[in-house]
Design a binder for this molecule. Sequence first.
Ligand SMILES: CC(C)(COP(=O)(O)OP(=O)(O)OC[C@H]1O[C@@H](n2cnc3c(N)ncnc32)[C@H](O)[C@@H]1OP(=O)(O)O)[C@@H](O)C(=O)NCCC(=O)NCCS
Length: 268
Amino acid sequence: MPKLQPKVVVRAASGDDASVCGRICYEAFAKISSAHGFPCDLPGPDAATGLLAMMFSNSDFYCVVAEAEGRIAGSNCLDERSAIAGIGPITVDSGAQNLGVGRTLMQAVMDRASGRRAAGMRLVQAAYHNRSLSLYLSLGFDVREPLSCVQGRTLERTVPGCGVRAAQPADLEACDALARRVHGFDRGTELAQAVEQNTAVVVERGGRVTGYASALAFFGHSTAETNPDLQALIASAESFGGPGLLVPSRNNALLRWCVANGLRVVSQ
Ligand SMILES: CC(C)(COP(=O)(O)OP(=O)(O)OC[C@H]1O[C@@H](n2cnc3c(N)ncnc32)[C@H](O)[C@@H]1OP(=O)(O)O)[C@@H](O)C(=O)NCCC(=O)NCCS
């Protein structure tokens, strides 16, 4: 017999929803990752609640919760800080999955991004999660890039000719110009916030900025002119915040350098 589809109502998330949604978020991720023998991306329910509390109360993010039969069944967020909107984390209560709640939560943030004429939308999903991949494909997402999550500390700690230092507000213009050259758009708001939070670094080569990272962490982003610039950024970290750093797997030279330098591949 097919499962009965509950009536799902989507509404804006508020700070008060963070603890219920944080528990759902942690449990949903912990369940799917442990089912596949992987560590959870989040260390515990408090970390999930903290992350969602920050996003739910920040006007840079459009956040929604889904209610089914009067109870919160899941949540989703849209990072609106750049031309390409970032989706996630999306999670649905383990007991309410596969009933269409996730699709409704995805549609809500996609409608929002389309309504605001975002140039595009991006998300990252764990390769072992066949259901999320299927859901996103059916919603129109294209697979763009396989990513390897790597963790550890590189054996080589520097790259000849490249100097890495903390990013300053005066670097923003050069970093944004670099991002526009490499990607066609910049993530200037995110980077400016990262500079304020002292997580951003730049790499200089030949007297100019040739790469930057908003944070050498799972929730950061990096842009560089060449692989050595990116390697210098990676080599400067003692470890990467969160589960690890996401490296494009098809950049074989870079990923091979990571592995040869002792970094461990955590997941795909
Ligand atoms: C991913 C997640 C949010 C999806 O929510 P959900 O409510 O279970 O998803 P839905 O029921 O709306 O949609 C699942 C779709 O995938 C389809 N599907 C499931 N398994 C499939 C498979 N192996 N192959 C093809 N399609 C599949 C379902 O049929 C459904 O499609 P339909 O709407 O056309 O019937 C939820 O599973 C979750 O919270 N997972 C744990 C956390 C997580 O991984 N989040 C995503 C991070 S990127």
